[in-house]
Design a protein around this ligand. Structure first.
Ligand SMILES: *Cc1c(COP(=O)(O)O)cnc(C)c1O
Length: 430
């Protein structure tokens, strides 16, 4: 039997919610909700062994990097259908040269771009859509900077549900829009920012009886938190000193913190890594709040950054995220678009690519080491949240100078011209 229940995170409220409904805000005070469990006592050794054994299994539930850790997310009954696309099981890659550049630190990246729709959102979506399916939901909705929508569209298609998504007009990358259309979602382009689209969706949702799958839906967080178990397993259960994530709506940071806390409480780990959040300078309300010591978050009215996945001025999960930084002794940093591009180019030179928002993590590490806030040789995992191909317009803009630097040649189709062009280009050192 599942022991899951929803509880308000506000200290002044903390009330359990009606188990017959999946809400995304507290029925009493409007606060954020989280999923809680009466976990049975675990023998970590035994459970770890079971997780390990499942890697050899061909069952879809075991092939999923989320459901393989199902002891951590017991919110559905045995026998319920799982809506999965074999998400998770993403690589952990050592990046020695980038670590040298950013530090020197011992840098490893956890590449969540290697997911079915190309971002970490798939981890949360399998959990959330499975839950919606159990509840008999026929239509799901979200507002998105592009990746939540691609992911929702895929999992909704898989489950046979209708997908309705709100995106800011001309503010998401072509690839992300194309993905959503490809999966057959109904796309509504509305407002200039994610925040505007999200506000309108939240207002209209009750009227239309929409089931929202944004990260205010606590079941998203449950799926996303399993990244911590997978990462620790890949590291033979030796926690790093720091886990670094980009911060947009702050769901990922909340999920990682919840995962760490539960694994610690259940005896899987002793040491808890510091969780570090990096925001883009043009969309950094959480950074501003944390660094000024303000009690409340002041939204950024006109969020602006080329890292469109984190172009969010009013992050819904800031209270959960603040709690995570407090629990883990973490902090928040802010980086410019130029710093993000430098980090992305450095990763690419190391053979690792990602979308711009993801590279903010490495840019943040570099800045924090230079400021003396992260020590040299620290053991750091940066979570790269999205795939390189999510935003090729960004790459083409930044590689526009490629013709001058002899990286890109346009040559007449004759041998002499080809020889001449290559002579010049090949003389450029690698
Ligand atoms: C959604 C997203 C983020 C931001 O994650 P939050 O949970 O909203 O903080 C960062 N990078 C990419 C690529 C994303 O898709």
């Amino acid at each position: 039997m599942s022991s899951a229940y929803l509880q308000c995170i506000e200290e002044s409220c903390g009330r359990r919610q009606d188990p017959k409904k999946d809400a995304h805000a507290c029925a009493f005070c409007g606060g954020l909700l989280e999923v809680k469990y009466d976990f049975e006592a675990f023998d970590p050794e035994e459970v770890r062994h079971a997780w390990h054994q499942r890697r050899l299994s061909g069952e879809p539930i075991d092939r999923s990097g989320v459901w393989r850790f199902r002891e951590l997310i017991p919110f559905i009954e045995a026998g319920n259908r799982i809506i999965s696309l074999s998400e998770g099981s993403t690589p952990l890659v050592g990046t020695r040269r980038t670590g040298w550049w950013a530090g020197p630190v011992h840098l490893t990246i956890k590449h969540q771009g290697n997911n079915p729709t190309g971002s970490f959102k798939d981890l949360g979506m399998t959990a959330c859509i499975t839950r919606a399916d159990v509840r008999g939901v026929r239509m799901v909705a979200c507002a998105s900077t592009g990746n939540t929508s691609s992911s929702m569209a895929a999992y909704a298609a898989r489950a046979g549900m209708k997908a309705l998504l709100f995106v800011p007009y001309r503010q998401i990358s072509a690839a992300k829009l194309a993905q959503s259309l490809d999966f057959g979602a109904l796309v509504v382009e509305v407002g200039d920012t994610f925040d505007e689209a999200f506000r309108l969706l939240r207002e209209i949702a009750p009227e239309l009886g929409l089931y929202l799958v944004n990260s205010i839906n606590p079941f998203r967080i449950e799926g996303q938190k399993t990244i911590v178990a997978e990462m620790l397993e890949q590291r033979a259960w030796r926690p790093p000193d720091y886990i670094v994530v980009p911060g947009g709506n702050l769901g990922n940071c909340s999920a990682i913190g919840k995962g760490l806390r539960e694994l610690k409480e259940m005896g899987f780990i002793e040491k808890v890594p510091h969780v570090v959040v990096i925001q883009a300078a043009g969309a950094n309300p959480f950074f501003r709040m944390m660094s000024s010591g303000a009690e409340e978050l002041t939204p950024v009215e006109h969020p602006n950054t080329q890292a469109t996945a984190i172009r969010i001025g009013h992050p819904a999960n800031w209270k959960k995220a603040r709690r995570v930084l407090e629990w883990t002794g973490g902090f928040c940093e802010s980086v410019t678009d130029e710093e993000i591009y430098e980090a992305k180019a450095m990763l690419a030179a190391d053979g690792v690519a990602c979308e711009p928002a993801s590279a903010s993590t490495v840019a943040g590490v570099r800045k924090l080491v230079r400021a003396g806030k992260i020590p040299w040789h620290a053991d750091i995992v940066c979570v790269l949240t999205g795939n390189q191909l999510k935003d090729t317009e960004y790459i083409m803009r930044h590689r526009a100078e490629a013709q001058e630097t002899h990286q890109r040649l346009r040559v007449d189709p004759d041998l002499d011209a080809l020889r001449k062009a290559l002579e010049a280009a090949l003389a450029v050192p690698a």
